[in-house]
Design a protein around this ligand. Structure first.
Ligand SMILES: NC(=O)C1=CN([C@@H]2O[C@H](COP(=O)(O)OP(=O)(O)OC[C@H]3O[C@@H](n4cnc5c(N)ncnc54)[C@H](OP(=O)(O)O)[C@@H]3O)[C@@H](O)[C@H]2O)C=CC1
Ligand SMILES: Cc1cn([C@H]2C[C@H](O)[C@@H](COP(=O)(O)OP(=O)(O)O[C@H]3O[C@@H](C)C(=O)[C@@H](O)[C@H]3O)O2)c(=O)[nH]c1=O
Ligand SMILES: [Mg+2]
Length: 285
């Protein structure tokens, strides 16, 4: 089985390549192979390649920049995704897509279920939601997996930002009033391979287990980095409020996702985010 992964340089695509199961031949394409913002090329190029399945790990993921680059975000997160779904439908092959906790407004107090009402607060979340809606209309046999706060050793993400700042500063303020779940791209990749194998369709949720604020996540990154000997200086990580850290995009105050249905469907164990974090930090040694 030949599986085409889109978004080659991204953290999820890299994790998918490294965890590709036996019996699957995975190819990953980057911008040079197919520029997804040139949406008119997507169907002809994909059809010509003729994969047996497509996993879309590409997206416009710059949450704050999206506020001023809505056109570009929409192209990647909606228009390109529409073309992928259309092509997968025509080829009658599985299509696995990834979406985000930022489709939710954040006013729930218990974990979000796949069927809960969406209310994205910013351009990134809005375009990701529109991408989901397009897929469900065009090719409902597709699988959409929403996840959150994805990171991986060696890639650009919140963990790498924190480690860079901790190497430079004595003190760091991080918001403690946005609650979610950090998710290792490696765990997510394993889950997506299972989703493909089980031929799931519709919307599903997956994050690593447990709950955290960004402050909790940053504190844990600090402690793991110290323990692993990656940081030689003491840094004070301080909890702050979202109002003390103004950003162009509004983010949900609470976006914990309920992963239980998916874990049951793919017969996969929950992994706590702290366990996954330790593994990722150790990889940096
Ligand atoms: N990161 C996170 O915290 C979360 C991510 N997600 C979702 O998970 C998925 C994977 O995210 P992640 O791996 O973190 O994303 P990254 O930002 O690490 O990777 C995105 C990929 O998309 C590619 N891409 C962007 N624009 C184009 C284009 N015009 N043509 C071709 N490729 C392009 C990028 O290529 P290039 O490097 O050349 O720009 C990059 O390879 C996305 O759907 C994202 O929305 C969901 C929840 C949380
Ligand atoms: C760098 C920094 C950020 N923050 C805050 C800003 C923000 O509210 C929160 C997270 O920061 P980031 O901008 O790194 O995270 P962000 O890029 O918003 O992360 C999101 O990315 C997209 C792609 C998703 O789909 C989401 O699930 C989520 O992972 O931490 C601080 O409080 N202090 C800091 O020093
Ligand atoms: Mg970001």
């Amino acid at each position: 089985m030949r599986v085409l992964i889109l978004g080659r340089s991204g953290q999820l695509a890299q994790a998918l390549l490294e965890s590709c199961p036996e019996g699957i031949e995975a190819a990953a394409w980057g911008r040079a192979d197919l520029d997804l913002s040139k949406t008119e090329n997507i169907t002809p190029v994909l059809s010509d390649y003729g994969p047996d399945a497509i996993i879309n790990a590409s997206a416009y993921t710059a949450v704050d920049k999206a506020e001023s680059e809505a056109e570009q975000a929409r192209k990647l997160n909606v228009d390109a995704v529409e073309k992928m779904a259309e092509t997968a439908k025509t080829l009658a092959i599985p299509f696995v897509h990834v979406s985000t906790d930022f489709v939710f407004g954040g006013d729930k107090t218990s974990a979000y279920l796949p069927e809960d009402i969406c209310n994205p607060l910013g351009v990134y979340g809005k375009t990701k939601r529109q991408g989901e809606e397009a897929i469900l209309t065009i090719y409902p046999q597709s699988a959409i997996v929403r996840t959150a706060w994805v990171y991986r050793a060696g890639a650009a993400n919140f963990m790498s930002t924190m480690l860079r700042l901790m190497a430079e500063r004595d003190e760091l303020g991080v918001v403690s009033d946005q609650i979610g779940a950090p998710t290792s791209a490696d765990n997510l990749a394993n889950v997506l391979w299972r989703v493909l194998d089980k031929q799931l369709s519709g919307i599903w949720h997956y994050t690593d287990a447990g709950v955290a604020s960004w402050y909790d996540f940053a504190s844990a990154i600090y402690h793991e980095a110290r323990e692993a000997g990656l940081l030689s200086r003491a840094v004070e990580v301080k909890p702050i409020l979202t109002s003390d850290y103004p950003t162009p995009a509004k983010r949900p105050a609470f976006s914990v996702l309920d992963s239980r249905e998916l874990l049951t469907a793919i017969e996969w164990p929950a992994v706590h985010w702290q366990v996954a974090l330790r593994e990722q930090v150790r990889k940096l040694k």
